[in-house]
Design a protein around this ligand. Structure first.
Ligand SMILES: C[S@@+](CC[C@H](N)C(=O)[O-])C[C@H]1O[C@@H](n2cnc3c(N)ncnc32)[C@H](O)[C@@H]1O
Length: 214
């Protein structure tokens, strides 16, 4: 029988690679958690942590933090990371708007936004993870030479993001509106999450863009 959502959430407290609740680690992830000065990459809205875990396997000299509010999803990522003996991965359960409580200026090298909820209604714009208030937050914790990666199936969110990042002074380094139709020579953008697999099964195109602070 499968585990219930509440039993997964209850187990989070005992998993060594999960952080939740109040935790004084801002500016000290390298020394307190990872024990090295390797770059830190965060996946925001990581769900089951598919991207975080796969990137961590491929890049052992980079530290990865998967972030999501939903505990039962994080549980899956944390268990997968433990099963693969990955010591360069941790999952943080928090709302993304609280990032500044956990990260100091310049603490993050790169951010991945993997299939964020598109929030198509105009009145929900501020909830989109590429809306100005979130871009402003990312700029505070991202290194000046850092980068943000976005993958989405949603053409409107993709177009919205292009406009939002340009208006906010970011520079778009790459943008592809169909990474499977016109293959791109960058294998890390082909890691597939649960949501991506569903979108591909539904015949949707997958879009990718990378943008950097100016
Ligand atoms: C559509 S799912 C994508 C999950 C995963 N990235 C994937 O591709 O399979 C969006 C995820 O973002 C999380 N999320 C959305 N807004 C969030 C926020 N403001 N703070 C924390 N998590 C958020 C949701 O809980 C959900 O797990």
């Amino acid at each position: 029988m499968g585990r219930t959502k509440s039993s997964k959430i209850a187990e989070l407290a005992s998993l060594v690679n999960v952080i939740q609740g109040e935790y004084d680690i801002k500016g000290r992830w390298s020394e307190m958690h990872f024990g090295n000065a390797n770059p830190i990459v965060a996946e925001l809205g990581c769900g089951r942590g598919d991207y975080t875990v796969e990137l961590a396997k491929r890049f052992p000299a980079i530290n990865f933090i998967g972030i999501d509010l939903k505990g039962a999803r994080l549980w899956r990522g944390a268990k997968n990371a433990l099963a693969s003996n990955l010591i360069n991965v941790v999952f943080l359960r928090t709302a993304i708007r609280k990032l500044e409580e956990y990260f100091a200026a310049d603490e993050i090298s790169e951010i991945w936004l993997t299939f964020p909820d598109p929030y198509p209604k105009r009145r929900h714009e501020s909830l989109r993870l590429t809306s100005p208030r979130f871009l402003n937050l990312y700029r505070k914790i991202l290194k000046p030479d850092g980068a943000i990666h976005l993958k989405t199936d949603d053409p409107d969110l993709f177009d919205y993001t292009i406009k939002a990042v340009k208006a906010d002074g970011w520079r778009i380094r790459e943008a592809f509106d169909d990474i499977y139709g016109k293959p791109v020579n960058n294998e890390i953008i082909y890691i597939q999450t649960k949501y991506e697999k569903q979108h591909l099964a539904d015949g949707k195109k997958i879009r990718y863009m990378k943008f950097i602070p100016q």
